[in-house]
Design a protein around this ligand. Structure first.
Ligand SMILES: Cc1cc2nc3c(=O)[nH]c(=O)nc-3n(C[C@H](O)[C@H](O)[C@H](O)COP(=O)(O)OP(=O)(O)OC[C@H]3O[C@@H](n4cnc5c(N)ncnc54)[C@H](O)[C@@H]3O)c2cc1C
Length: 565
């Protein structure tokens, strides 16, 4: 029998307290200081999401640089799948965020003359990353700065709460339900607007992705929002035996992946760009080299100059601890050869929104990685900058929305019955979430499902997922509220796996982060996003063409054309 749910009322409910959730709250409170803003997060209160664990480096279009030039770079880099108007607004605001972080006490690397150091990204003409002053302090400093802001602005925060469903009334979002997984207390939140800032999904690999399980896009989808960019996975390359944070700055500084014969194999796949490119292209090369018997793959860092060591060598915090441990084990990261492998790190799918984060559902906004911007290929410093900007946008928009919206009472009975369904597996005997997670990892990991995709392999994965649903997912059980949280997480990861397979099968084209070995070229009739619509609970893929006629810049250069796989 369910405990009586506790009811909590607020004006704006922010789900997720990472970079985007914190910037959402900041944006909302600055727009309307009288609004009550509540952040709930499933991890501990004020942990700061993945930002806390991150390098803290930022991509910034600085004053004097042209946002238009950056949009041209992105249009080229993303093979046309770029919302040019949105990206122009984002890069216009990036300098302001950079200044604000410094006002809040964060520091960025400068040279002896006092000028900012920056690292060009992915051989692009303009896009650059600005590293933090002391490697290893960036994420914790940014988190601490934002928590001080929450205190100053009077933002309420609660931790250890998993949100499991959104509540709608008359087609408008009026709240959410969830539970505290330490006490087991069921909760009903009544809100005038809800912002999902809950990140995206992973299959819980290394690289600190434990909390990224995709509940955000799944909540939005069930409420009627549209999903986008699910065919793109975030594929990374990582040392096989340990974690290293921040490898993508290494390539622009001269690092090169080599095969067993010592050959810089990316020169073969892209004589134009060679080894200095994005992990999504490099991991394709790694997979092909390994399949051809030329593995293992190692990283040669010998070309990195002494003057660049402050950008890459940890000086403090968790990253230094990690580095010192490697030294204790007799491993010198900068000199020794060790194996690197490909890793399915994250799903790239998220929610389609309008410019200010508004979704197809009234009263519901999305921010940060939960809001879909990019087609998979990545650039260092992109996430922290765009999560801050899209968070602030959603916060401002939600504040504006509640000012003009009447309060709607939510149906407590309906909310309680949602909670009953959530709590049904609690205390039962059954399949553990950990077992299902391992099965999901096995489904997604094979090269032909995640990197060199084929229709046959994607169909095989769909069948495996269906079998998993019938045999295990429908028999999931949780011994206590903590495992009920884990159960919710794997249910979301299973749905994300389904979205991924559906979208990856649908796109019969290769561009940006998606490569179909059976359709290895880009085709003009695929200059579109793949949107997923909720039709009776099923994710139905449809093309949404890039509105090239409305955009400032023609789509005529394609980054993917630099490669032949
Ligand atoms: C090791 C590492 C290094 C990185 N370095 C950099 C870098 O130098 N520069 C850069 O730009 N990016 C970097 N990144 C990426 C960047 O940190 C993240 O992409 C970004 O912080 C994501 O912000 P977010 O708010 O969208 O999501 P998250 O940080 O994932 O926040 C989402 C929050 O929602 C909570 N949540 C999820 N589901 C629920 C639910 N159902 N109910 C309640 N709460 C929920 C989670 O606990 C989490 O706190 C790094 C990431 C890692 C892991």
């Amino acid at each position: 029998m369910l405990n009586t749910p506790e009811r909590i009322t607020t004006d704006i409910l922010v789900i997720g307290g990472g970079s985007s959730g914190l910037w959402t709250a900041k944006g909302a409170k600055e727009a309307d200081p009288n609004a009550d803003v509540l952040i709930v997060d499933k991890s501990f209160r004020d942990w700061g999401g993945l930002m806390h664990l991150s390098g803290g480096d930022l991509e910034v279009c600085r004053g004097g640089d042209s946002a238009e030039d950056w949009v041209k770079d992105f249009t080229y880099y993303w093979d046309g799948l770029c919302q040019q108007d949105v990206m122009e607004t984002i890069w216009q605001q990036s300098h302001e965020i950079f200044e604000e972080y410094q006002r809040l006490g964060c520091t960025y690397l400068k040279d002896d003359e006092g000028s900012y150091r920056s690292v060009p990204q992915r051989s692009l003409d303009h896009v650059r990353l600005f590293p933090v002053a002391v490697k290893g302090t960036g994420g914790p400093n940014a988190r601490a700065a934002m928590i001080r802001e929450m205190e100053r602005l009077g933002v309420r925060r609660l931790g250890r709460i998993e949100i499991t469903e959104l509540i709608k009334k008359n087609d408008r979002i009026v709240g959410a339900v969830g539970f505290n997984y330490v006490t087991g207390q069921p909760l009903i939140f009544q809100a005038k607007a809800v912002v999902i800032a809950a990140g995206i999904a992973s299959w819980k690999p290394s690289y600190n992705q434990n909390t990224a399980c995709g509940e955000g896009p799944c909540l939005a989808f069930r409420a009627g929002a549209v999903l986008r960019n699910f065919e793109f996975l975030h594929i990374w390359n990582v040392p096989r035996d340990f974690e290293w944070e921040g490898q993508t700055v290494l390539m622009p500084l001269g690092a090169k992946f080599v095969n067993r014969e010592g050959e810089v194999f990316m020169n073969r796949y892209s004589p134009i760009l060679g080894p200095n490119t994005d992990p999504h292209y490099i991991t394709r090369g790694m997979a092909l080299e390994t399949l051809a018997g030329r593995g293992p793959i190692t990283l040669d860092l010998s070309a990195i100059e002494e003057k660049d060591h402050p950008i890459v060598r940890p000086k403090a915090g968790r990253h230094l601890l990690h580095y010192d441990k490697l030294i204790d084990e007799g491993i010198d990261f900068f000199r020794d050869k060790f194996e690197w492998i490909t890793q399915v790190q994250l799903s790239n799918g998220a929610v389609e929104t309008g410019e200010n984060g508004e979704t197809a559902v009234k009263g519901l906004y999305c921010a940060g990685r939960c809001r879909s911007l990019d087609p998979g290929v990545y650039m260092g410093g992109f996430a922290l900058m765009t999560t801050a900007i899209t968070g602030r946008m959603s916060g401002r928009a939600a504040a504006e929305f509640i000012a003009g919206a009447e309060a709607v009472d939510l149906d407590t009975k309906a909310a309680a019955s949602m909670l009953e369904a959530t709590f049904a597996p609690l205390g039962k005997e059954g399949v553990t979430p950990a077992e299902v997670l391992t099965d999901l990892q096995k489904i997604i990991t094979p090269y032909d499902v995640s990197i060199l995709k084929t229709a046959g392999a994607l169909h095989r994965a769909q069948q495996q997922l269906q079998q998993l649903r019938e045999e295990k997912l429908s028999h999931l059980a949780a011994a206590d509220p903590h495992y009920l949280l884990k159960l919710e997480e794997v249910k979301a990861i299973a749905d994300v796996t389904d979205f991924y397979l559906t979208a990856a099968l649908f796109r019969e084209d290769s561009r940006a982060g998606h490569f179909r070995a059976d359709f290895p070229h880009r085709y003009d009739d695929w200059l579109c996003w793949v949107n997923l619509y909720n039709e009776g609970g099923r994710a139905v893929p449809k093309k949404k063409f890039v509105p090239t006629a409305d955009y400032k810049f023609p789509v005529e250069r394609f980054y993917c054309d630099n490669f032949t796989f």
